[in-house]
Design a protein around this ligand. Structure first.
Ligand code: NAD
Ligand code: ISE
Length: 338
């Protein structure tokens, strides 16, 4: 059975996911697309050589009888509307991160899914599908470094999208670490603080970059994450976990090291599309395979909500400069791992 997917948002990652679902992965094809800019949707159909209908109305696309599941890859502020519409229509939905841009909006999605009674939402948090992050977790889970005490993480982009605001350093960029580190450490956050070093002259007017986010988990693990979206030199994600008896670090992406012209060098990737290309393939194949078994698994709406609660606290901390509490309610039994 080939699943028929619809895609809302045919920008950078929407086109990437259309390409992988149509030409790389097994078990799905894209039959419908929508973008707030219909010409962009039509261009995507043309460029990616897919046999798909362009819908001007995203809600008609969600309701279409020949659509089995929906990929939401539009801008974050539009996610809530589309995910809620998918749940109302009983359609499985893969929603790119963030699930929604505020905890309140994520909570409405959680409530709608719980009321529906069956999981329909997988959030596009892909760190747990990345081979390097999986290896790092295996080392921690095997006790090879003892209990984790501290994490030093880095998330650098060469440059941000033109509309990027300082708060998006949290809601759009750090959100990957907020989810990924919960998964890696199997812990939730207790408090957060944000400190700003001297800002880069490369940062857009009115924005501050870089920023350092300090988190404390419920078990007392201390985390520092550097978010620097104007680093210019490359796309660089690092993660080092310090344990009681050792230190484990995320492996660097495989690359040839070169000895030439009196230099020893290794290239650095510049684009998230390349850095996590395999992880995106694995996460979407996982979505497809689970759907073909009649299930939705992987990062849940609850994970989207938990990350958003921490993100809200970080945005508050950006303005206050204070240590802000993270108040995550008890997880509903509906989302218990089984
Ligand atoms: P983009 O700007 O390249 O594309 C977004 C597209 O959505 C645009 O074509 C825009 O016209 C369309 N759009 C916006 N609002 C819409 C609406 N209401 N209805 C229909 N279409 C709408 O952005 P992008 O980089 O592709 O990011 C899209 C989403 O994917 C964001 O949520 C972003 O955080 C996420 N993302 C995730 C990763 C990842 O690593 N998982 C990487 C990049 C982007
Ligand atoms: C973008 O939306 C992503 O999700 C990338 O993975 C991240 O590195 C970038 O900062 C975001 O803007």
């Amino acid at each position: 059975m080939t699943l028929r997917f619809a895609v809302i948002g045919t920008g950078a990652i929407g086109r990437e996911h259309i390409r992988r679902c149509s030409h790389t992965l097994v078990g799905a094809s894209v039959v419908a697309v929508n973008d707030i800019d219909p010409a962009a949707a039509a261009r995507a159909v043309d460029q990616l050589q897919i046999d798909a209908t362009v819908y001007e109305d995203p809600h008609a696309l969600i309701r279409a009888a020949n659509v089995d599941a929906v990929l939401v890859t539009s801008w974050g502020p539009s996610h809530e509307e589309f995910v809620l519409a998918c749940i109302a229509a009983g359609k499985p939905v893969f929603c790119e991160k963030p699930l929604a841009t505020t905890a309140e909006a994520c909570r409405r999605i959680v409530e709608a899914e719980v009321a529906h009674g069956k999981r329909l939402v997988q959030v596009g948090f892909m760190r747990s599908f990345d081979e390097g992050f999986r290896q790092l977790k295996q080392v921690i889970d095997a006790g090879q470094i003892g209990a984790p005490l501290m994490v030093h993480a880095i998330h650098r982009n060469p440059q941000p999208a033109p509309n990027y605001q300082t708060s998006m350093g949290i809601t759009d960029t750090l959100i990957h670490e907020l989810d990924g580190l919960r998964w890696l450490l199997e812990d939730d956050y207790k408090s957060v603080q944000v400190v700003f070093p001297r800002s880069s002259s490369q940062a857009a007017a009115g924005t501050r970059d870089p920023q350092i986010i300090l988190l404390e988990t419920r078990q007392g693990i201390r985390i520092d994450v550097e978010v620097f979206v104007n680093c210019r030199y490359g796309y660089d994600v690092q993660c080092q976990v310090v344990g009681e008896t050792g230190v484990a670090a995320l492996p660097e992406p495989a690359a040839v090291s070169l000895r030439s012209q009196a230099r020893f060098s290794t290239p650095i990737l510049t684009d998230w599309k390349d850095r996590f290309i395999a992880a995106y393939d694995v996460e979407l194949q996982f979505f497809i395979d689970a759907l073909r078994r009649g299930e939705v698994q992987g990062p849940s709406a609850w994970d989207g909500y938990a990350a958003a609660v921490a993100a809200d606290a970080c945005v508050k901390a950006q303005a206050s400069g204070a240590i802000e509490p993270v108040e995550l309610p008890e997880r509903p039994a509906f989302y218990n791992p089984h």
